[in-house]
Each structure stands twice: as structure tokens, then as C-alpha cells.
Design a binder for this molecule. Structure first.
Ligand code: RNT
Ligand code: ZN
Length: 417
């Protein structure tokens, strides 16, 4: 079947596939840099363990070891993925060199990210940013909620430095910078006091957000989590904590939901409209939860599709929902993992855009027809629409990109020891 034929089939249902393609091409999706190097970063010993309750497993060859290698890999992925991309950086990816020697995280400055800004400018990318509150000797292991004032102060200074860096990034690139605050603070076992760490966390975020920034350009987020590895009993930044913080500080920050950070039967797809009822803007980390783990490569599964359907249906593509990816797998080719996850979110968004709006049927209480329609949409010729989208974006179609990755693995990745 050709695109023209597929387009006709969708048109019969009142769906304009050209308009869907045109719309999606403009939607920014933030590509996380940390899939390329197993979340190690460049500011501390690369062989230290990853802390904060997250873990990368596997030792597939080809991990990026330097900013240059990571940039090469990101370029490779960008060329394989359709749509408008932003880059998502962590503070641990600061670039140090002779002119800019190493400084600790509380002393980071915009100039440590100048290389990344140039990288983004040359490619017309926006850029999001994250303070890095993990994998560092100053994690005791708590950070912003620590009972130790010295620890807490260090991490507040880090947060403030990151606000200044985010403002610099936004100013340089002329696009808003989403700055996400996530810590792995919490306890492995039943706490003696659950309130004090949360009050300290709240105070720390207050201090970070007292650093001046233009809220139309720098958008701090508070990301919640249910638990982490080694932090099973109690998470300081729980769902209620993070959402309440954002709700009480709507003039300063927005909530961020990572769909790997909830109980297994809780669905972020259902939470998007709940938050958009109250918040003008929200942010998402799209990932794939598997039992207790939150960071598997995004597949084209039901929940990913439902999340994207909700984003589209709630008008989230007009800047109300900031979409970012968050997964890391070191057990398979990292470029391939990145590409699969990124293309899947694009696929799910396009699928959502070519879904007819069934709101009227719902309002008429016509659940019979809704079921029939929703099921029959599953076998519509979506592949042709996707292929056309890839073609218009100048990226390879399915079954065309993987050969290129295999060649890159042979020519470049396996040489990295
Ligand atoms: C961890 C959080 C967090 C991190 C990144 C590296 O559970 O999801 O967003 O994955 O900041
Ligand atoms: Zn996340």
C-alpha cells in the first residue's frame, strides 16, 4: 500500500494524516544524553558506582568515554530519529579542559557547558538541564534532605549553580530550558522520622529556587519517585511531596512525572489530564518500568501509546507537556537502544495524532462504538504514515537504520576499550 492509499483510509475516518505529520514535526522531544555512557558523566571517576538508587546493568562494548565520543554518538542517533529534538544534559556532563579545569559541582559555571551550547547551536537544538544529585562523594548518601548542614549546603549551591547554567543555556539557544530536580534521597529501611527529611528537602528547594531566573525561559521541575534500589522503604521526594511542592509554588516550578516512578498498576497516562486540570504546564520522563526497575528502553507498548494519546488529546503538544526520554541500558548496543526508544515515542505520538477524536461518542454514552473504533484503529495502515513521516524528516525508515548502527559498531564502537 502507498502513502496515498493509507491517507485515504484515514481520511474516511475524518483524519488528516498530512496535518498530523506537519504537527508532529514541530514538537520538541528531549533526548537524554545519559543513555550513551551508562549515566557516568565526566566530572568524577568514571569507574565509581552509580548511586542514588539507580543502576545500569550490562557491559556491552562501546560506551562513550569522553564528551567528544558522546557528541559523536548523539549525532548518530539524531540522524536516525525524526522530529524536533532537544538535548537533555546532566550537570555531571560538564566539559573540563585546559582553559576550564575541573571544579566541584557546587562551583560549576556556564562556561563548563559552552561546548554543549555550541553543539546545540550548530544543530539547531534546544537544551534541557539537570543538576546531578547522585554518584558523588558529597552524597552522605542524602543530598538536599541531609541532616548534615554541610552536605545540604553543598547541594543547594549545586542547585543554584544549575539555575544559572540553565538560564545561560536558555538565553544562548533562545528556547526554554527545563531544569529537573530529582534526588535519590531516602532510606532502605523503616525510618524513625519521615517528616524532618521532607521539611529539609522543601527548604532546600526553596533556597535553590530563590536564585533569580526568568520562569518563562527556565522551568524548574520537581520529579517524584516511589522508591530506588537500596532505598526501598522511604523516598523523601515521594509523589505527594513533589506534587504538593509544585502546586504550592506554581509561579516557580512545574511537576514532572516519570512513568517508571509509580506503583505498577498506577498509570501516568491517567495522571496527565488530572495535572493539566490545574497546572498550565507539566513535564514527563518517558521510560519503561519493568517490575521494580524504572529505566528500560521505551517500546511501542500500550502505556506508551496511551500516554501519547493523552498528551495529544489534552492539547499537550502546544507547549503544555514537556516531553523527555529517560532510560538507560548497557546490555545492548547503546545507539540502537537510544534510537529504538526515541523512534518509538515519535511513533506513539504520530499514532495518537492519526486517531480520530471520539469525545462526542463518549459524551453520547456510546461505549459500544468507542470500543469498536478503538480496536479497529489498531489495524489501520499506520506503517505507511510512519514511513512518510520519516521520509519528510529525512531519516531512514524502519528496517533501514539498523544496518547503519551495525556498521558504526564495527567501525567505531568496538574500538572503544
Ligand atoms: C531516576 C530518575 C532521574 C534519572 C536521570 C538520570 O530514577 O528518573 O530522572 O533517571 O536524572
Ligand atoms: Zn526520570
Amino acid at each position: 500500500m502507498s502513502y496515498i492509499e493509507a491517507k485515504k483510509k484515514y481520511a474516511a475516518l475524518g483524519v488528516d494524516t498530512d496535518a498530523a505529520i506537519k504537527c508532529l514535526r514541530k514538537v520538541p522531544v528531549s533526548l537524554h544524553c545519559w543513555q550513551g555512557d551508562d549515566v557516568r558523566g565526566f566530572d568524577t571517576d568514571p569507574n565509581k558506582p552509580l548511586t542514588g538508587g539507580i543502576q545500569t546493568t550490562g557491559n556491552y562494548p562501546g560506551r562513550a568515554r569522553t564528551p567528544e565520543e558522546l557528541m559523536d554518538d548523539i549525532d548518530f542517533v539524531l540522524a536516525l530519529c525524526p522530529g524536533t529534538k532537544k538535548l537533555n544534559l546532566h550537570a555531571s556532563y560538564a566539559v573540563f579542559n585546559e582553559e576550564n579545569p575541573w571544579v566541584d559541582r557546587n562551583r560549576l559555571e556556564p562556561r563548563h557547558f559552552a561546548k554543549w551550547v555550541t553543539f546545540c547551536k550548530e544543530r539547531g537544538l534546544g537544551c534541557d538541564f539537570n543538576p546531578t544529585f547522585f554518584s558523588h562523594p558529597m552524597c552522605d548518601p542524602q543530598t538536599l534532605s541531609s541532616a548534615n548542614e554541610k552536605t545540604r549546603k553543598f547541594w543547594i549551591e549545586h542547585g543554584k549553580a544549575c539555575i544559572r547554567i540553565s538560564q545561560y543555556i536558555a538565553d544562548e539557544l533562545g528556547q526554554p530550558c527545563i531544569m529537573n530536580i530529582w534526588t535519590g534521597d531516602g532510606f532502605k529501611d523503616i525510618p524513625a522520622n519521615r517528616l524532618e527529611p521532607r521539611i529539609r528537602y522543601r527548604e532546600s528547594i526553596n533556597e535553590i529556587l530563590s536564585e533569580p531566573y526568568d520562569f518563562t525561559q527556565v522551568k524548574p521541575c520537581i520529579e517524584s519517585k516511589v522508591f530506588g534500589i537500596g532505598v526501598e522503604a522511604y523516598t523523601v521526594g515521594s509523589a505527594e511531596f513533589a506534587l504538593s511542592y509544585a502546586a504550592f509554588n506554581m509561579d516557580k516550578c512545574i511537576p514532572l512525572m516519570d512513568n517508571g516512578h509509580f506503583h505498577p498498576t498506577e498509570m501516568v497516562s491517567d495522571k496527565i489530564s488530572a495535572l493539566l486540570t490545574f497546572f498550565p504546564e507539566i513535564a514527563l520522563h518517558i521510560t519503561r518500568p519493568v517490575r521494580w526497575d524504572s529505566d528500560h528502553v521505551v517500546l511501542l507498548d500500550d502505556e506508551t501509546r496511551e500516554i501519547c494519546k493523552e498528551i495529544v488529546r489534552c492539547g499537550g503538544l502546544d507547549g503544555r507537556v514537556n516531553i523527555a526520554l529517560d532510560f538507560f541500558d548497557a546490555s545492548v548496543n547503546r545507539i540502537s537502544a537510544w534510537t529504538v526508544g526515541t523512534r518509538n515515542i515519535q511513533k506513539a505520538l504520530l499514532m495518537a495524532l492519526v486517531n480520530p477524536d471520539l469525545t462526542e461518542l463518549q459524551n453520547a454514552d456510546n461505549w459500544t462504538e468507542i470500543m469498536v473504533m478503538q480496536e479497529e484503529m489498531k489495524t489501520m495502515p499506520f506503517g505507511e504514515i510512519w514511513e512518510q513521516y520519516c521520509k519528510e524528516c529525512g531519516v531512514p525508515a524502519d528496517r533501514e537504520w539498523f544496518e547503519k548502527v551495525k556498521k558504526y559498531e564495527n567501525d567505531v564502537l568496538i574500538r572503544r576499550k
